[in-house]
Structures are given as C-alpha cells and as structure tokens.
Design a protein around this ligand. Structure first.
Ligand code: MEV
Length: 399
C-alpha cells in the first residue's frame, strides 16, 4: 500500500482511521486509541487540523502555591512528565515566603518580516522608506478597525540590509493586544509587501512573522529566603550558594544550559498547551532570545543578594494569546483560562515566566543538594512499576 492517499482528507473520521489502520496492519483494538475523541468533537478536530482521526490525551494537572503579583492563582498544566507539577508547586512554595513572583510584560508587540530583493541598498532606497514611514504604517492598519479600536495596530517600521542575500528586510511592529497575532501580522505583511515593492520597484520575497519577538517580552522575578532551603542535611545559605554555582555552570557551558532551559520549558510548555497557545512558537523564540549575545545561555538568572538570599529572574519573548484561535474554540483551553481568572495576554505571559522560573528553581535546588533522582524517582516509581508489570492503568496511579 502507498502513503499517497488522494481524497483521504475528505473521508469521515472512522474511514480515515480504517485506511490508516489497514496501511499499518493494525487490528481494531490496536487502532482504537488513535480514534478517541474527548472534549473535542470530531467536527472540531476538523476545524483545527486536516486528516484528523482522533485526539491525543495528556494529563492535565493544577500547580499550587503560586502567588503572582500578590494574587493567589492555580495554574493548569498539560504534560506527560512525572514530577513537573510537583516541582512547579514546590518552586512556587519556596517563593511564597518573600511575596511570590512579580511579573511584568511589555505591550504585546509582534514583529513581521518583509523581504525586498534589491541589487544594492542605496541612499535613495533609505530616503524613500524614511519618507513613507507613516504612510506605510497607516496602510498596514487599513481594514483593521476593530484591532485599532481595542488599542492595537501597526506601530513602527524598521529595516536592515543583508548584503549576502541582496535583501532589505523590513520589520513591521504590530500591537496585537490579547491575540497571539500570527494571522494579523501575516495579513499585514502580505498587504504591505505590495506597497513596498511599488515604492522601491523591486520584487518581494517572504512575508511572515518572526517568532523572535523582541518587543513582546515578559518577565518574572522572585526572592527566596535562605531559610526556605534549610533542611536536616543542608544549611539554606549553602544551598543558595550551590544554586548560584549551578547557574554559573549553565552560563559557561552550553550542554548544561540546554538541560537547564529544557527544565524551564518543562514549566512553560504545559501552561501553553493547557491554554491552547502555540508552544512551538514560544520554544523557538525563547531559545533564539537566549543566545542573542552569540552564545546559548541559561534563560533565567540566579544570584545571591546582600542578605544571603536567592534572587531569580526570567525574561523571555512571550507571544501568547487569550482571545481567538484555539483559545476560543478548545473547551479545555477556555476552562483553563477561566481557572486562572481570565488573564489578559500580558498577564498570561507573566504567569508563563513565573512557572518557568519556579520549575527552574525546583530543579536547581534538587540538583544542587540531594540530587534530582531522590524526589524525581520517588514520583517516577509508579511509572516503572506499571511498565514492569504491564498492568492496566487504574486510579491507583495517582502520585
Ligand atoms: C528534567 O526534565 C529537567 C531537568 O533536567 C532540568 C535541569 O537539569 O535543570 C531536571
């Protein structure tokens, strides 16, 4: 059988699954888990993607102990990895004693790129672009009245010349308010490209948003009192020092930085998934941002303050939306946002950074003291037992 399947997308779900199962030689019971629908109806899966046969379930948990901008909040997280929820909640508990997390965010300004092919970048090109800056912004905003009424819209234009590809790359900066904004950005870029091509008498290349949204940043900060780390085996002040050393290790070593940052995304991705946000976009932007000085660095910063306490911060591009798209259509995403008290996009961006920071804190605390395996493996034990016995899952697997 060939994977070339004309008309596959037009078949009803069950028939699509039948075709795929026959292709792979799956029995009905083997194929059954692929064809399950939870809160997403078959019709809704077709709204989201093409060729849908079913849905994929992930555990959805609620992280506790978070105090963000002086407000208690429960955080929904969708993730398959043991210990992520426990670690996030533990990190949040450590931060509570000194007031939890302080989160801030810039205006939700996304950036789109328009590539213009020119043989060389002349003074005349520059003068034309400068002279038409306001006109270009106004043209980009045309037809986006509701965005503008909500306080958003195209704000600014910049450009740079990349001689190697003989291209002027125009950056259009757009405040997309509570939308993630990919569609708005791409629509505006496509529209503006034709005006730019007319002005510079050139061909256009790509017209697409960048996921490195340097103007859409969110930041979380926290202070952990050294006493919070006191235990029978360790003095809190020593743990603080060891956490800072662990951070330095990541600062100077890309192998460690990668694992460190994976741990941060362990916190952020599950919130993005639970709220219907594009976690691939955030991942791409976060990793690019973290090597903006040319070296891949740890995303968060940890240092010891004058009183021996631990100060942490995490700043990342955070293009998340709380309206439109999946957020609007997915019943679980809608409920997850309600569980958090319906944050706006900037608040959700801050929450994501707080969870990433809590996750990192928890991992570093364990790594810098007793090691990750004691806590992690305690939680992971049930998984191993199940894998060893191949027992069917029951409610008894609660951790
Ligand atoms: C495991 O998923 C994440 C950690 O490896 C992160 C870290 O090492 O910082 C524990």
């Amino acid at each position: 059988m060939k994977s070339r399947l004309p008309g596959f997308y037009e078949l009803p779900h069950s028939e699509r699954l039948g075709v795929a199962s026959r292709f792979a030689g799956l029995s009905e019971s083997e194929a059954s888990p692929l064809g399950q629908f939870g809160v997403l109806s078959p019709e809704l899966t077709d709204v989201f993607i093409e060729n849908a046969v079913g849905t994929f379930s992930l555990p959805l948990g609620v992280a506790t102990n978070f105090l963000i901008n002086e407000k208690d909040i429960l955080i929904p997280m969708a993730v398959e990895e043991t210990s992520v929820l426990a670690a996030a909640s533990h990190g949040a508990k450590l931060a509570r004693a000194a007031g939890g997390f302080t989160c801030t965010a810039t205006d939700p300004v996304m950036t789109g790129q328009i590539q213009l092919f020119v043989d060389e970048y002349t003074a005349e090109d520059r003068a034309i672009l400068e002279a038409n800056r306001e006109k270009l912004i106004a043209y980009a905003n045309r037809g986006h009245d509701s965005l503008i009424a909500r306080g958003g819209g195209a704000r600014d234009i910049e450009w740079r010349w990349i001689p190697e590809i003989k291209s002027i790359i125009v950056h259009l900066h757009i405040d997309t308010r509570d939308a993630m904004g990919a569609n708005i950005v791409n629509t505006m870029c496509e529209k503006l490209a034709s005006m730019l091509a007319g002005l510079l008498c050139c061909q256009t290349g790509l017209r697409i948003l960048t996921n490195l949204n340097e103007r859409r940043l969110a930041k979380a900060e926290c202070l952990i009192l050294k006493e919070e780390f006191d235990s029978r085996e360790y003095r809190g002040v020593d743990v603080v020092e060891r956490i800072v050393k662990a951070w330095e290790f990541a600062w100077f070593d890309v192998y460690r930085a990668t694992t460190n940052n994976k741990g941060i995304m362990n916190g952020i991705d599950p919130v993005l998934i639970a709220t219907g946000n594009d976690w691939r976009a955030i991942e791409a932007g976060a990793h690019a941002w973290t090597c903006r000085d040319g070296t891949y660095r740890p995303m968060a910063k940890w240092s010891q303050d004058g009183n021996g306490n631990l100060a942490g911060s995490l700043e990342l591009p955070m293009a998340v939306g709380t309206v439109g798209g999946v957020t609007k259509l997915h019943p679980t995403a809608k409920a997850a946002l309600r569980l958090m008290g319906l944050p706006d996009a900037r608040q959700l961006a801050g929450i994501c950074c707080a969870v990433g920071l809590a996750q990192n804190l928890s991992a570093l605390r364990a790594l810098a003291s007793e090691g990750i395996q004691r806590g992690h493996m305690g939680l992971h034990k049930k998984n191993l037992e199940l894998m060893a016995t191949d027992r069917p899952l029951t409610g008894a697997t609660r951790i």
